[in-house]
Design a protein. Structure first.
Length: 150
C-alpha cells in the first residue's frame, strides 16, 4: 500500500499544531490561531477512546491530548490579548471539559467567568469542581473561589 494515499487525522492534527507553533514563533499570530483552530477541528476526542483496554495507545492518547491542551490555552491567550473574551471563554470551556479534575484548567475557566462579569457562573463551576474532587479524591480544590481574579 502506498502511504501517500493514507490520511491519518492524528498525523494531520500534529502537523497543524507544529505549524501553528512556527507561526507564533515568527510573529504570525493570526495564522497560528488559524492552524490551531484547524487542528482542534480534527480533535473530536481522545485517540482510540473506544479501545479502553489498548494499553499501548495510552501514551499516544495522552500526548495528543497534551497538544490539544496547549492549542486551547494558546488560543485563549490570543483571544484575550485581542479582548475577545467570548472566544477565550469558548476555548477555556473546551479545555475545562478535557480536564475535569485539573485545577489549573478549571481555575482559568472560572477566572474568565469573573472577567466576563459572570460571578454566579464562576461560583457554580467552583461548587461543581469541589463536589467532583470530594467525591473522587476526598479532597477539595487547591484554591478558593476568593483567590481568583478576572
Amino acid at each position: 500500500m502506498e502511504m501517500s494515499r493514507v490520511w491519518v487525522d492524528a498525523d494531520e492534527f500534529e502537523e497543524l499544531i507544529q505549524n501553528g507553533r512556527r507561526c507564533l514563533e515568527s510573529g504570525e499570530s493570526l495564522m497560528g490561531a488559524e492552524r490551531f483552530n484547524e487542528a482542534l477541528n480534527l480533535y473530536r476526542g481522545d485517540f482510540l477512546e473506544d479501545e479502553h483496554y489498548a494499553d499501548w495507545a495510552v501514551p499516544e492518547r495522552e500526548r495528543l491530548r497534551g497538544l490539544a491542551t496547549e492549542a486551547l490555552r494558546l488560543l485563549a491567550q490570543l483571544a484575550r490579548a485581542r479582548a475577545d473574551l467570548e472566544s477565550a471563554a469558548a476555548h477555556l470551556e473546551r479545555l475545562a471539559g478535557l480536564h475535569p479534575f485539573d485545577s489549573g484548567a478549571q481555575r482559568e475557566m472560572m477566572e474568565m467567568c469573573i472577567a466576563r462579569g459572570r460571578r454566579s457562573e464562576a461560583m457554580r463551576r467552583y461548587e461543581a469542581l469541589r463536589a467532583r474532587m470530594l467525591r473522587q479524591f476526598g479532597e477539595r480544590p487547591d484554591f478558593e473561589l476568593s483567590d481568583l481574579s478576572g
